[in-house]
Design a protein around this ligand. Structure first.
Ligand code: SF4
Length: 377
């Protein structure tokens, strides 16, 4: 549910703002609000936007920050829609609401068009249908649903209702281990690659990981036998940005630079993950590069903006983007300076625009699954 309170300032007056002017105005409005305003920024965000964030991180870190902060009275989220939903659920969970006498912290997404194509690859109706079909061949009491945090609040609530968990790329292995300590099988959605790469690292064979295609009839396009023999049922979703990275890119760079170290995000396809030296969440990629000795040569398979920022921040290391393709998250890019300035100035003037607010029943169940996520490292 997105709500748009009547804006004090109209966006049309912001569209052609010069970057320097918009940046200065954001800083001024932030100064007026002090600690009452928390601006969170995802690592894939535009440089000029993330420079204005109070705190930056990957999905897991930003979830923790939203969960921990007690001072702020509004959050402006420079990320995408599912991240703002997660922040809303955590910042407005019952104990925090009670501490604030029932006052909600509005979570603002400066441009509501900033979605995630991966999150859009599974919806509630499709997952419910899958669950019912699975019940024809296996006991769903033996299945733990795991949703990657890159999913709608509706799917997180599904996991909460069915004893499942949310995972991020930073704790996917911990989440799978937790799931197997509870039950025999896992239904993992929406990112097949994160599920496959993580399960393979736990020595689960590919033949025990059928791929559920929600567009196909008959057990997502699988014979019943494949479902009966499964340990991890993967959902046919993917992040388009991370599919730009191909095995041939690694071969090409290794041929040119035999000493290069390759680190890729687990949303990359298995054939890329297998050739890399390391797999890591955005946070891990950053820390591995930070901790490597000067002169280390890296190829990084994740979003371009993050890689270019790492290159600037570590001039003593040689850092390559793994692909020659653009590899930019276009939806994240929708949060630009004019939208940020518009959202923050409206907030300083008392109007919360573009508020992302999760419906209470959905939030209640999604919180169950998110709490488990925050407990699992
Ligand atoms: S990089 Fe991919 S998974 Fe991440 S927000 Fe963009 S589309 Fe979604």
């Amino acid at each position: 549910m997105n709500t748009v309170e009547k804006a004090v300032f109209d966006f049309s007056d912001y569209e052609s703002l010069e970057a320097a002017v918009a940046s200065e105005r954001v800083q001024r409005a932030r100064g007026e609000m002090g600690r009452r305003l928390l601006v969170l920024g995802h690592h894939y965000q535009r440089d000029e936007v993330i420079e204005l964030a109070d705190l930056r991180g990957d999905s897991y870190k930003l979830s923790e920050l939203a969960a921990e902060n007690r001072e702020c009275r509004a959050i402006v989220f420079c990320g995408v829609h599912f991240m703002a939903e997660t922040a809303d659920i955590l910042a407005n969970r019952p104990e925090r609401l009670a501490e604030r006498g029932g006052a909600r912290v509005p979570v603002i997404l400066p441009d509501l068009r900033a979605g995630c194509s991966l999150a859009d690859m599974a919806d509630g109706a499709q997952v419910e249908r899958c669950w019912h079909e699975l019940a024809d061949v296996i006991d769903t009491e033996d299945v733990t649903p795991i949703t990657y945090v890159n999913s709608s609040a509706e799917l997180k609530a599904f996991c909460g209702r069915h004893g499942g968990i949310v995972c991020t790329s930073a704790n996917a292995r911990g989440a799978l281990e937790w799931a197997f300590s509870q039950r025999e099988r896992v239904l993992f959605f929406p990112d097949q690659h994160l599920g496959r790469n993580t399960a393979r690292a736990m020595d689960i064979p590919l033949k025990q990981m059928p791929l559920w295609d929600p567009g196909l009839d008959g057990f997502g396009g699988n014979p019943a036998e494949a479902i009966r023999g499964s340990r991890v049922i993967l959902w046919k979703g993917y992040c388009g940005v991370h599919q730009f990275f191909l095995p041939g890119d690694i071969d090409r760079l290794r041929e040119k630079y035999p000493d290069i170290k390759v680190i890729v995000h687990p949303e990359c396809m298995m054939e890329v993950a297998d050739r890399a030296d390391a797999l890591g969440s955005t946070g891990r990629i950053i820390s591995e590069i930070e901790q490597s000795p000067p002169g280390t040569r890296w190829a990084v398979g994740t979003e371009r903006r993050l890689v270019e920022r790492l290159r600037r921040e570590h001039p003593d290391k040689e850092i390559h983007l793994l692909s020659d393709e653009p590899c930019i998250c276009e939806t994240m890019s929708m949060i630009d300076l004019p939208h940020l300035c518009w959202a923050v100035e409206n907030l300083a003037a008392g109007a919360a625009v573009n508020v992302v607010e999760v419906e209470p029943q959905t939030a209640r169940w999604a919180l169950e699954a998110l709490k488990r996520m925050l407990e699992v490292k």
